[in-house]
Ligand binder design. Structure first.
Ligand SMILES: [Zn+2]
Length: 309
């Protein structure tokens, strides 16, 4: 086998698509639901084309960072209006998401030509601390504001998908505030970005990251216009080299359960109005939902014991 990282002929070792250290944080999510292959299995999502040296020595520092980051901020759940003062190492977040995307692309036998020698060097070299220019990362909090508790859609704390749908306008066109009538937008093309090679969305429990990989020859102007759209059109925060941002909710009652749908900020606002009109945020509803969540938490504790990692 040829190692996907160093290109040397070697025996393949098992590499987790998402760091094992992150999966270990959520033992209650014991099943892998592979919607692309239409399979559910008990093993972790893995790929076997990385040599032992790269797997254990060259790229494992990324897993350690990922585990520390998720443990510190995102094992806990957040409430509707919570914000998080998020301190991070931007180059390390790029490395973590690029590594997972690269693993996923290879496991799907998808085109991974974006991962040139330069990018692989960036991943394999702990000492390269300068973020890549042609990568944009956004982050936001995934908070369930829907009337449907998490478990209704399965115990899906870790999810990812390639090329999520960046909408160009809100899913709901308008609401009649007197009657509560909702009009869905009939046409809503995806937002165009200049020289976008591919993108990914990653959900790790209470955070969602968007990774956008631009063609390496993208001009500074094009990069800037893309980032302006991302910054102003979506309820996410663009991460940057300063490594300190305030994260707020990036999900609505509709997008929380469909992470591949990236609704625009005003679309999220419209869904919040619908949630409010429906009374999901009345004291009574909130107390009822909290009781259900407590019972589900007890169930999760049992599942974690039943499926130790
Ligand atoms: Zn290797």
């Amino acid at each position: 086998m040829i190692c996907a990282y160093c290109g040397q002929e070697a025996k393949g070792t098992r590499e987790h698509i998402i760091s094992c250290a992150i999966l270990d944080l959520f033992p209650e999510c014991f099943a892998t639901i592979d919607s692309i292959r239409g399979k559910v299995h008990l093993g972790d999502p893995m790929i076997k084309d990385v040599c032992a040296n790269c797997n254990n020595n060259k790229i494992s520092y990324i897993d350690s960072y990922a585990k520390a980051l998720i443990t510190k901020y995102f094992v806990q759940k957040y409430e509707k209006n919570d914000t998080v003062d998020f301190e991070y190492n931007y180059a390390m977040i790029q490395k973590m998401l690029l590594k997972y995307a690269f693993n996923d692309l290879r496991s799907q036998k998808d085109d991974s030509s974006f991962f040139t020698e330069d990018i692989l060097n960036f991943l394999m070299n702990k000492d390269i601390a300068t973020p890549l220019r042609n990568i944009t990362v956004l982050a936001g909090l995934a908070i369930n504001t829907s009337p449907a508790p998490d478990f209704i859609f399965g115990n899906n704390k870790i999810k990812w998908c390639k090329n999520p749908a960046f909408l160009s306008n809100s899913i709901i066109e308008n609401i009649n505030y007197e009657t509560g009538e909702i009009k869905l937008r009939s046409e809503n093309p995806r937002q165009d970005f200049i020289k976008l090679s591919f993108s990914y969305v990653f959900r790790f429990n209470s955070v969602q990251f968007l990774l956008l990989c631009w063609d390496s020859d993208i001009s500074d102007d094009d990069l800037q216009s893309n980032n302006i759209i991302l910054q102003h059109q979506y309820p996410y925060t663009i991460l940057n080299i300063n490594g300190n941002d305030n994260l707020s909710r990036c999900t609505s009652e509709s997008t929380y359960h469909s992470e591949m749908l990236i609704d625009v900020s005003w679309g999220q606002g419209i869904f919040d109005d619908i949630t409010w009109m429906r009374g999901t945020y009345s004291n009574e509803s909130q107390q009822y939902l909290k009781k259900i969540e407590e019972r589900w938490k007890a169930e999760e504790d049992d599942l974690a014991k039943k499926y130790p990692r």
